[in-house]
Design a protein around this ligand. Structure first.
Ligand SMILES: Cc1ncc(COP(=O)(O)O)c(C=O)c1O
Length: 343
């Protein structure tokens, strides 16, 4: 029970914290990785921790179906589909996005796990409002068939889902204590902010002193700034925690976004190749590649001091390696190592 909510214990926890030997040698920092990509279902990833709490809430409300939202490559949608499949529920994912040329990556996995996927190009107006409008239509359609629909916001990032990452912060504190490790920096990708803020709160309230750094993977403008502080206030109020942090107490790196959300990004690809070729761990082009690319840059440029102890949270996402635009860019970079021999 965490702040009045229980969870459906889906996962084999704790996820491991592993030393990155080759990357430590390369960067001059003492680098570790927390493997939330290794969570149990649907190819794993951070959203499963949020979904443990969201599913409990859905079950107690008597829901028979989960509806969530995201872009066409949403990992969160895939893991919502996974949880629905495992617990015998229906699932629908509403993607506000351009129609893809090919069904690939996460959508393929959504369909394998039985979810219905609705892809609707944005009409250019406020996306939250469009989701509300089209979401209501989808809910009405399924309610007419007798379903009870539980809605999960983009990224599972509400106060219920955030509990999963508060708990991850506590889990990390216990593991790091056992390892005798006091990290200077804990870093993760920051999108809809539930992971970052949950980890920040969980770390702080379990006595971790590290700088918890979120590396933004999409533009961090005025709306995101407002969202961060509003979300923080909501959590403090609901959880009964003191609301004593100011904006400068949060560390969001905003310089590694590239040209936008899910953009084809050279720095992200280089980070993916570094992690893959040195540590045999696969990052993704949309979130963890960008974030780890940012972290490598921070170590290279001295923003993170040499010798620091750094833990990177791997939040999953590798199916996006197979999204056509990313796959094409990777293939173009690496094709010369594929040797086509004569028969
Ligand atoms: C692989 C991966 N990493 C990181 C994130 C960011 O998590 P959050 O949306 O909680 O900020 C996401 C969100 O979809 C994700 O899919």
């Amino acid at each position: 029970m965490l702040f009045g909510y229980d969870k459906v214990p889906l996962l084999t926890l704790p996820t491991p914290i592993q030393k990155l030997h080759a990357i430590s040698e390369m960067t001059g920092c003492d680098c570790y990785i927390k493997r939330d990509d290794m969570t149990d279902y649907g190819m794993g990833g951070n959203k499963l921790r949020k979904l443990e709490y969201l599913l409990w809430d859905a079950q107690r409300q008597g829901a028979t179906m989960l509806l969530t939202y995201g872009g066409a490559q949403t990992n969160h949608g895939r893991l919502t589909a996974a949880v629905a499949a495992k617990y015998g529920m229906k699932c629908a994912i509403l993607c506000l996005d351009e129609h893809p040329d090919q069904i690939s990556g996460n959508i393929l996995l959504d369909r394998i796990m039985g979810a219905e996927v609705y892809i609707r190009p944005s009409d250019g107006t406020d996306e939250a409002e469009q989701n509300r409008r089209f979401g209501r239509q989808i809910i009405a359609q399924y309610e007419a068939q007798g379903e009870r629909v539980y809605e999960i916001p983009v990224g599972g990032s509400n106060t219920v889902g955030l509990r999963g990452y508060f708990e991850c912060g506590q889990e990390m504190k216990r593991q790091l204590d056992e390892m005798g490790l006091v990290p200077d920096v804990i870093a993760c990708a920051a999108g809809s902010l539930g992971t970052y803020l949950g980890l920040w709160l969980g770390a702080r309230h379990s006595g971790l002193t590290a700088d918890v750094c979120g590396i933004a993977i999409s533009p961090f403008g005025e709306a995101k700034e407002r969202r961060l502080m509003e979300y923080y206030a909501q959590c403090c109020q609901e959880f009964g925690l003191p609301q004593d942090a100011r904006r400068e107490d949060f560390h969001i790196e905003t310089g590694y976004v590239g040209t936008g959300y899910n953009s084809v990004d050279e720095n992200a690809r280089q980070a993916i190749y570094t992690m893959g070729s040195k540590e045999a761990i696969l990052l993704d082009p949309c979130y963890t590649g960008k974030a780890f690319g940012g972290l490598l840059d921070m170590m290279r440029t001295g923003k993170i001091a040499a010798g620091s102890k750094v833990v990177f949270l791997h939040t999953g996402g590798a199916p996006a390696l197979y999204t056509p635009k990313h796959r094409a860019a990777i293939a173009a970079d690496l094709a010369e190592g594929v040797h086509l021999l004569p028969r």
